[in-house]
Design a protein. Sequence first.
Length: 208
Amino acid sequence: MKVKTMMLGILQTNVYIVYDEESKDAVVIDPAGDEDRIIRFIEENNLRLMGIIVTHGHFDHIGVVDAIRDNYGVPVFTSRQEGELMADPNKNLSLNLMRTVVAVENDEVVGDKDILEFGELEFDCIVVPGHSPESVCYYNKDNDVLFCGDTLFAGSIGRTDFYDGPQNTLINSIKDRLMILPEETKVYPGHGFQTTIGYEKKTNIYMC
């Protein structure tokens, strides 16, 4: 499995194109902006895009979902509550923070412990509320890789002041749901640098 990272959109969100080198099966995670760059990479590498995965519904993670979906005719996956955020410019913060309207519909609803299969790619869905009501982390156990959106960062955690959930909810959820993964698990966050579960266990002040 290969992971292409692109920092795109107004807030430099990490957009991930995950693909299998042999089958060319691929998914895009959190397409934030600059659809031309995403499409160019897919086309230049002869990838077969099979879906769009959204970790949570904030505007800076969904900016070009419609453009990618329209170009490839693939479904968009996220949890029920994050789908509601995506569709509401007040809830997804685009109106409040950017004074613009971003509104996107999802196609498929995922829940905790669901398994998503895209050809040779497989992801376990891990719901970790806190940064948003029903954020989903996607774990590929074959390669020990976790895509966690804005739930966990290198040395930090996601903001919890965007909705009514207390910070302890996020911290406890991360400890209970993510810190139990193998320490060698590579963590790909929504912003910033890649890290590992083991490193965050030892150094992240919120996990100590």
